[in-house]
Every structure is written in structure tokens, then in C-alpha cells.
Ligand binder design. Structure first.
Ligand code: AMP
Ligand code: MG
Length: 325
């Protein structure tokens, strides 16, 4: 099987019709979202969800985010507290996932939530939202890549990795945000940041007036079993906070920061020469893939500031650099 690729700007009607057909048949479809490309399937259909896990080689204890068309749809599947409602209204549609108590008998299959009594819910922007509205069921969708590898931000990335395993890939161009959603859980008036992502902690604090709490490392792992240390891993090894680069290494830097020895490497990427963290997030996964494809055994990465979207970028870099099993 080789995936059919449909460009949603050239043929939106065809893209929608074919996506709905594949979803109704119980198979996953790769779809563009503003964060990264998702591998979406019917969250109420156990066979369809199983195919997501199999296609990605993803451990089944790692629950999937369920995507909704809007807040009203989300409320059919989960219970919202007042603070979660406020967050939803401020940031949906957008790169924010809320962990909420699942409604009993909601129809979301336990395979999607890995048997938890909570569900991760997000309302994506753009064409993905149209598909969900037309399908009228939540779509479980992790990133459309082999588990543990770098997330895809273009249809080409998806085709290169999973093209032989999929029926349909929708091409919506490069993902605008480029990193996954921010995952939050509200607990007794506090906001736990389970995963930094496309909405920065500053933005959340500005809307709610509440300082976000970052669970210490290991507890984050219990909270969300999928937050595995090693993730987003390229084939090459990665070393962080590099101030110089050795011969044969590839270099990824930020904001034109000078690195000693840059002239010794053929592959130099700047996440954002002007020092814009949003641009850096959008470029991150593609530049990791390009640096990897350069053939270098080691990718040296310069320092990225840790404020705003930098927190999500540094989180992904740390996981890409983490020791692998
Ligand atoms: P990914 O699909 O790779 O972006 O990962 C989704 C993330 O959401 C994983 O880290 C999951 O562990 C997390 N997640 C999904 N559902 C839940 C849930 N009910 N409780 C906690 N974390 C969740
Ligand atoms: Mg992923």
C-alpha cells in the first residue's frame, strides 16, 4: 500500500470526502494540524485505534489526545470545571490540550485513553476541525510518525516515514506552530503543566492570573505515561548547549549565535536568525530531520532561550538528546 496524497488547498472537497470514507472504514488518515501532522482515527472504534498504535509502533499504555470540533462537542465527552472552561474559551481552537474527567458512557474507547478515567482533549485549527465536524465523532490523533522519532511538520515527512503503511495523507503545507500542544490539567484551582507546547506558560498565566505549576520530572511520567524521556530522536546523537562544533558534526543554532568551529561543518541550520522563538518552533523538527539527513553522527545544538515557546523547544531537544534504550 502506498498512501494517496491529496492537497487540501487544491481539492478540499475531495480531501474531505476521501478522509471521511477512510475514517468510516476504521482506518487512520494523516491530517495537517497547526501543531504537527496527526495520525487520526475514530476515537470510538477500537479497531481504528489499534491501527494507530500499530502504524506508529506506539506503546498502548500511552494514551491518545482526542480531537473535537469545538467546545460544545468536547462537553459531550468530558466534564469541565470553571478554570478548564476559561482555558478552552481562551485558546481553542489552538495548540492546547486539557486533561479532563471522561463522561461515563461517552463512547470514547478505553484504548484511546489507555484505560484512564480522564481524557486529553484538543480542538485543532483549520481543516482538521472541518473533518471532525463532518465526521461528528472525536478523532484520536497522535503525531503521524513512527513512535520515538521526530514529529512530522509536512506531508512529505509523513510520506517518507509512514507512506507505505497508510491509505491517505492530506497535505496542508507546513505546520504553522511546529511543536505539539501544551498539555494542562486543572486540579483544585491549580494549573499543572504536563507538557510545554505551542501555547506558552506566559500566555496561560496572562489569561488566568494563575502561575502554572510544573510537576517535578518523575511525577510528570506518572501523570502522563507517554511522556517518555527519549522521544523525538533523530538517528544521529545530539548534544545540547554546544558553544563550539567539531569537524564532522552538524550544527543547529538559534538567533545567529556564533559557534567556534562553524566553518568546519558543512551542515549549519539556524532555527531563527532573527531570534524569533515562534519561527524557531516552526523550524525545529524539519531542521532536526535535515541535520540528521546530512549524515553527521553528532548534531551539536546551541542554546535556545527558555522563555515563551523556548520552553517547548528545549523540552523537545532534551528528549531528542536523552539516552536511548
Ligand atoms: P502525543 O500524541 O505523542 O502528542 O502524546 C500525547 C500526550 O498526551 C502523551 O504524553 C500522553 O501521555 C498525554 N495524554 C493523553 N491523554 C492523557 C490523559 N488522559 N492523562 C494524561 N496524559 C494524557
Ligand atoms: Mg508524538
Amino acid at each position: 500500500m502506498t498512501a494517496k496524497i491529496i492537497d487540501i488547498t487544491l481539492d478540499p472537497d475531495g480531501a474531505l470526502t476521501e478522509a471521511l470514507q477512510v475514517l468510516r472504514d476504521g482506518f487512520p488518515v494523516a491530517i495537517p494540524t497547526e501543531t504537527v501532522y496527526g495520525l487520526a482515527a475514530d476515537a470510538t472504534n477500537p479497531a481504528a485505534i489499534t491501527r494507530i498504535y500499530e502504524t506508529k509502533g506506539r506503546p498502548r499504555f500511552n494514551p491518545l489526545i482526542c480531537h473535537m470540533a469545538d467546545r460544545a462537542m468536547a462537553e459531550r465527552y468530558a466534564h469541565f470545571d470553571a478554570l478548564s472552561l476559561k482555558l478552552a474559551d481562551a485558546f481553542w481552537p489552538g495548540p492546547l490540550t486539557l486533561i479532563l474527567p471522561l463522561r461515563e458512557g461517552s463512547g470514547i474507547h478505553a484504548l484511546a485513553t489507555a484505560g484512564l478515567e480522564t481524557v486529553g482533549i484538543r480542538v485543532p485549527q483549520g481543516f482538521a476541525g472541518q473533518i471532525i465536524r463532518a465526521f461528528d465523532r472525536p478523532l484520536a490523533a497522535p503525531s503521524a510518525n513512527t513512535s520515538g522519532k521526530i514529529s512530522p511538520t509536512s506531508a512529505r515527512h509523513v510520506a517518507d516515514d509512514l507512506g507505505e503503511k497508510l491509505r491517505l495523507i492530506l497535505d496542508g503545507g507546513a505546520s504553522m506552530v511546529g511543536v505539539e500542544s501544551t498539555i494542562l490539567r486543572v486540579e483544585g484551582g491549580t494549573i499543572l503543566l504536563l507538557r510545554p507546547g505551542g501555547i506558552s506558560a506566559d500566555e496561560i498565566e496572562a489569561v488566568t492570573g494563575i502561575a502554572v505549576t510544573r510537576p517535578a520530572g518523575p511525577s510528570a511520567t506518572i501523570e502522563a505515561p507517554g511522556m517518555l524521556a527519549s522521544h523525538y530522536a533523530p538517528g544521529a546523537a545530539l548534544r545540547l548547549d554546544a558553544t563550539e562544533v567539531a569537524e564532522g558534526e552538524a550544527l543547529i543554532r538559534f538567533g545567529g549565535e556564533p559557534q567556534a568551529g562553524t566553518e568546519r561543518t558543512a551542515a549549519v541550520f539556524d532555527l531563527s536568525p532573527s531570534g524569533d522563538l515562534a519561527e524557531a518552533a516552526a523550524n525545529l523538527f524539519d531542521m532536526l530531520k535535515q541535520a540528521d539527513a546530512s549524515g553527521a553522527a553528532m548534531i551539536a545544538v546551541g542554546t535556545v532561550p527558555n522563555h515563551g515557546l523556548g520552553e517547548a523547544i528545549n523540552d523537545r531537544l532534551a528528549r531528542a538528546a536523552a539516552p536511548r534504550d
